[in-house]
Design a protein around this ligand. Structure first.
Ligand SMILES: [Zn+2]
Length: 244
Protein backbone atom coordinates (compact mmCIF):
# COMPACT_ATOMS: atom_id res chain seq x y z
CA UNK A 1 0.00 0.00 0.00
CA UNK A 2 1.08 3.54 -0.68
CA UNK A 3 -0.10 6.12 1.85
CA UNK A 4 -0.14 9.79 0.91
CA UNK A 5 -0.76 12.15 3.79
CA UNK A 6 -3.04 14.81 2.33
CA UNK A 7 -4.01 16.30 5.67
CA UNK A 8 -2.21 15.95 9.00
CA UNK A 9 -3.54 18.85 11.06
CA UNK A 10 -6.13 19.31 13.76
CA UNK A 11 -9.65 20.73 13.39
CA UNK A 12 -8.22 24.26 13.40
CA UNK A 13 -5.75 23.73 10.54
CA UNK A 14 -2.96 24.59 12.99
CA UNK A 15 0.31 25.38 11.29
CA UNK A 16 -1.54 25.76 7.99
CA UNK A 17 -2.01 22.00 7.76
CA UNK A 18 -5.00 20.46 6.05
CA UNK A 19 -7.47 18.46 8.15
CA UNK A 20 -7.18 14.68 8.44
CA UNK A 21 -7.12 12.85 5.13
CA UNK A 22 -4.91 10.00 3.90
CA UNK A 23 -5.06 8.75 0.34
CA UNK A 24 -4.16 5.07 0.10
CA UNK A 25 -3.47 3.06 -3.02
CA UNK A 26 -3.74 -0.70 -2.67
CA UNK A 27 -2.88 -2.12 -6.09
CA UNK A 28 -5.65 -0.61 -8.21
CA UNK A 29 -7.92 0.32 -5.35
CA UNK A 30 -7.69 3.96 -4.37
CA UNK A 31 -9.31 5.18 -1.19
CA UNK A 32 -9.30 7.88 1.46
CA UNK A 33 -9.14 7.42 5.18
CA UNK A 34 -11.07 10.38 6.56
CA UNK A 35 -12.07 13.35 4.49
CA UNK A 36 -11.80 16.57 6.48
CA UNK A 37 -13.41 19.74 5.18
CA UNK A 38 -10.18 20.73 3.41
CA UNK A 39 -9.63 17.42 1.57
CA UNK A 40 -10.79 18.35 -1.93
CA UNK A 41 -8.53 21.40 -1.78
CA UNK A 42 -5.65 19.24 -0.56
CA UNK A 43 -6.17 16.82 -3.44
CA UNK A 44 -6.34 19.48 -6.11
CA UNK A 45 -3.45 21.46 -4.62
CA UNK A 46 -1.43 18.23 -4.88
CA UNK A 47 -2.57 17.76 -8.48
CA UNK A 48 -4.38 14.53 -7.64
CA UNK A 49 -7.36 13.45 -9.68
CA UNK A 50 -10.23 13.41 -7.20
CA UNK A 51 -12.23 11.06 -9.41
CA UNK A 52 -9.65 8.29 -8.99
CA UNK A 53 -11.03 7.71 -5.49
CA UNK A 54 -12.93 4.42 -5.27
CA UNK A 55 -14.01 4.81 -1.67
CA UNK A 56 -13.75 6.70 1.60
CA UNK A 57 -13.52 5.34 5.14
CA UNK A 58 -14.72 7.70 7.88
CA UNK A 59 -13.43 7.22 11.44
CA UNK A 60 -16.03 9.45 13.14
CA UNK A 61 -18.53 12.19 12.52
CA UNK A 62 -16.57 15.36 13.13
CA UNK A 63 -16.14 18.00 10.44
CA UNK A 64 -12.35 17.71 10.31
CA UNK A 65 -12.81 14.01 9.47
CA UNK A 66 -15.90 13.86 7.22
CA UNK A 67 -16.75 17.50 6.45
CA UNK A 68 -15.12 17.25 3.01
CA UNK A 69 -17.51 14.59 1.72
CA UNK A 70 -20.12 16.99 0.29
CA UNK A 71 -17.44 18.71 -1.81
CA UNK A 72 -16.05 15.37 -2.98
CA UNK A 73 -19.57 14.25 -3.96
CA UNK A 74 -20.50 17.40 -5.87
CA UNK A 75 -17.08 17.44 -7.55
CA UNK A 76 -17.65 13.87 -8.71
CA UNK A 77 -21.16 14.71 -9.88
CA UNK A 78 -20.74 18.07 -11.59
CA UNK A 79 -17.06 18.22 -12.53
CA UNK A 80 -15.98 14.64 -13.19
CA UNK A 81 -19.48 13.52 -14.23
CA UNK A 82 -18.74 10.25 -12.51
CA UNK A 83 -20.72 7.16 -13.40
CA UNK A 84 -18.92 4.41 -11.48
CA UNK A 85 -20.03 3.69 -7.92
CA UNK A 86 -18.33 5.18 -4.87
CA UNK A 87 -17.99 3.31 -1.57
CA UNK A 88 -18.33 5.12 1.76
CA UNK A 89 -17.77 3.29 5.05
CA UNK A 90 -18.30 4.73 8.48
CA UNK A 91 -19.87 4.36 11.90
CA UNK A 92 -23.55 3.41 12.29
CA UNK A 93 -25.84 5.91 10.58
CA UNK A 94 -23.19 6.89 8.04
CA UNK A 95 -25.65 7.25 5.15
CA UNK A 96 -27.96 9.55 7.13
CA UNK A 97 -25.08 11.60 8.53
CA UNK A 98 -23.57 12.20 5.09
CA UNK A 99 -26.94 13.05 3.54
CA UNK A 100 -27.72 15.45 6.42
CA UNK A 101 -24.38 17.20 5.99
CA UNK A 102 -24.87 17.47 2.24
CA UNK A 103 -28.42 18.80 2.70
CA UNK A 104 -27.20 21.62 4.95
CA UNK A 105 -24.57 22.75 2.46
CA UNK A 106 -26.47 22.01 -0.78
CA UNK A 107 -30.18 21.72 0.04
CA UNK A 108 -31.22 20.54 -3.42
CA UNK A 109 -28.60 17.79 -3.80
CA UNK A 110 -29.69 14.26 -2.94
CA UNK A 111 -27.26 11.37 -2.81
CA UNK A 112 -29.83 9.14 -4.47
CA UNK A 113 -30.00 11.53 -7.45
CA UNK A 114 -26.28 11.83 -8.15
CA UNK A 115 -24.88 10.65 -11.49
CA UNK A 116 -23.33 7.66 -9.70
CA UNK A 117 -24.31 5.21 -7.01
CA UNK A 118 -22.97 5.70 -3.48
CA UNK A 119 -22.69 2.37 -1.66
CA UNK A 120 -22.62 2.82 2.10
CA UNK A 121 -21.03 0.30 4.44
CA UNK A 122 -21.71 0.66 8.13
CA UNK A 123 -19.34 -0.44 10.90
CA UNK A 124 -21.09 -3.20 12.81
CA UNK A 125 -20.81 -5.23 15.97
CA UNK A 126 -18.79 -7.94 14.17
CA UNK A 127 -16.03 -5.28 13.96
CA UNK A 128 -15.09 -6.36 10.44
CA UNK A 129 -16.51 -5.22 7.11
CA UNK A 130 -15.52 -5.81 3.52
CA UNK A 131 -14.59 -2.72 1.56
CA UNK A 132 -13.62 -3.41 -2.07
CA UNK A 133 -10.58 -5.68 -1.89
CA UNK A 134 -9.94 -4.67 1.74
CA UNK A 135 -11.12 -5.87 5.11
CA UNK A 136 -11.64 -3.14 7.69
CA UNK A 137 -11.55 -3.91 11.39
CA UNK A 138 -13.10 -1.27 13.62
CA UNK A 139 -12.69 -0.58 17.33
CA UNK A 140 -14.49 1.98 19.49
CA UNK A 141 -12.16 4.64 20.87
CA UNK A 142 -12.59 7.42 23.43
CA UNK A 143 -13.54 10.77 21.96
CA UNK A 144 -16.76 12.81 21.82
CA UNK A 145 -19.25 9.96 22.12
CA UNK A 146 -21.90 11.48 19.82
CA UNK A 147 -19.39 11.46 16.94
CA UNK A 148 -19.19 7.63 17.21
CA UNK A 149 -15.36 7.56 17.25
CA UNK A 150 -13.52 4.51 15.92
CA UNK A 151 -9.98 3.36 15.34
CA UNK A 152 -9.52 1.19 12.28
CA UNK A 153 -7.27 -1.46 10.81
CA UNK A 154 -7.16 -1.76 7.02
CA UNK A 155 -6.10 -5.22 5.92
CA UNK A 156 -4.93 -5.84 2.38
CA UNK A 157 -3.15 -9.04 1.38
CA UNK A 158 -0.65 -9.52 4.20
CA UNK A 159 -0.42 -5.83 5.06
CA UNK A 160 -2.04 -3.84 7.81
CA UNK A 161 -2.46 -0.08 8.02
CA UNK A 162 -3.78 1.02 11.41
CA UNK A 163 -5.25 4.37 12.42
CA UNK A 164 -6.22 5.53 15.89
CA UNK A 165 -8.87 8.01 14.78
CA UNK A 166 -9.30 10.79 17.34
CA UNK A 167 -9.05 9.41 20.85
CA UNK A 168 -7.90 9.78 24.41
CA UNK A 169 -6.05 6.80 25.81
CA UNK A 170 -7.85 3.46 25.53
CA UNK A 171 -6.34 -0.01 25.76
CA UNK A 172 -8.09 -0.72 22.43
CA UNK A 173 -5.10 1.07 20.90
CA UNK A 174 -3.02 -2.04 21.65
CA UNK A 175 -5.31 -4.12 19.43
CA UNK A 176 -5.56 -1.42 16.78
CA UNK A 177 -1.76 -1.14 16.50
CA UNK A 178 -1.03 -4.85 16.88
CA UNK A 179 1.36 -6.08 14.16
CA UNK A 180 0.50 -3.12 11.92
CA UNK A 181 3.01 -2.28 9.21
CA UNK A 182 2.18 1.36 9.90
CA UNK A 183 0.21 2.78 12.81
CA UNK A 184 -0.96 6.36 12.32
CA UNK A 185 -1.61 7.65 15.81
CA UNK A 186 -3.23 10.91 16.71
CA UNK A 187 -1.12 13.11 18.98
CA UNK A 188 -3.01 16.33 19.43
CA UNK A 189 -1.11 17.54 22.49
CA UNK A 190 2.50 17.74 23.60
CA UNK A 191 1.65 17.54 27.29
CA UNK A 192 -1.94 18.68 27.95
CA UNK A 193 -3.92 15.85 29.52
CA UNK A 194 -7.29 15.24 27.89
CA UNK A 195 -9.84 12.44 27.83
CA UNK A 196 -10.60 13.00 24.14
CA UNK A 197 -7.13 13.36 22.60
CA UNK A 198 -3.71 11.82 23.18
CA UNK A 199 -0.57 13.59 24.29
CA UNK A 200 3.04 12.76 23.48
CA UNK A 201 4.10 11.38 26.91
CA UNK A 202 1.16 8.95 26.93
CA UNK A 203 2.21 7.54 23.57
CA UNK A 204 5.87 7.33 24.61
CA UNK A 205 5.01 5.55 27.86
CA UNK A 206 2.96 2.93 25.98
CA UNK A 207 5.38 2.52 23.11
CA UNK A 208 6.76 -0.85 24.21
CA UNK A 209 3.21 -2.26 24.28
CA UNK A 210 2.15 -0.80 20.94
CA UNK A 211 3.31 -3.74 18.90
CA UNK A 212 3.52 -2.10 15.47
CA UNK A 213 6.37 -2.01 12.97
CA UNK A 214 6.25 1.75 12.53
CA UNK A 215 4.37 4.54 14.26
CA UNK A 216 3.77 8.02 12.93
CA UNK A 217 2.12 10.84 14.84
CA UNK A 218 -0.70 12.79 13.24
CA UNK A 219 -3.44 15.37 14.05
CA UNK A 220 -0.84 17.69 15.48
CA UNK A 221 -2.16 20.66 17.42
CA UNK A 222 -0.33 23.92 18.16
CA UNK A 223 1.34 22.52 21.31
CA UNK A 224 2.88 19.69 19.32
CA UNK A 225 3.93 21.98 16.49
CA UNK A 226 5.61 24.33 19.00
CA UNK A 227 7.60 21.46 20.51
CA UNK A 228 8.63 19.44 17.47
CA UNK A 229 12.31 19.77 18.45
CA UNK A 230 11.56 17.74 21.59
CA UNK A 231 9.62 15.00 19.80
CA UNK A 232 11.62 11.85 19.09
CA UNK A 233 8.94 9.94 17.19
CA UNK A 234 8.23 10.27 13.50
CA UNK A 235 5.60 12.90 12.71
CA UNK A 236 3.46 13.22 9.61
CA UNK A 237 3.30 16.31 7.42
CA UNK A 238 1.13 17.25 4.49
CA UNK A 239 2.58 15.72 1.34
CA UNK A 240 4.41 12.83 3.06
CA UNK A 241 4.25 9.52 1.16
CA UNK A 242 5.00 6.15 2.76
CA UNK A 243 5.06 2.73 1.10
CA UNK A 244 4.42 -0.29 3.24
ZN1 LIG B 1 -10.05 15.64 14.63
Amino acid sequence: MRIQFLGTGDAFCSGGRFQTCFQVIADNFNFLIDCGATSLLAMKAGDMASDLIDGIIISHFHGDHFGGLPYLLIDANYQAKRTRPMLIAGPPGVEKSVQNLLSVLYPTVKIAELSFEVIFKQFNSDNTIEFGPLAIETYPVIHVEEALPHGIRVLFKDQCLAFSGDTGWTDNLYQIASNADLFICECNYFKTVSTSHLNYPTIVSNLNKLNCKRIILNHLGPEMLDNMNSVNLECSYDGLTIDI
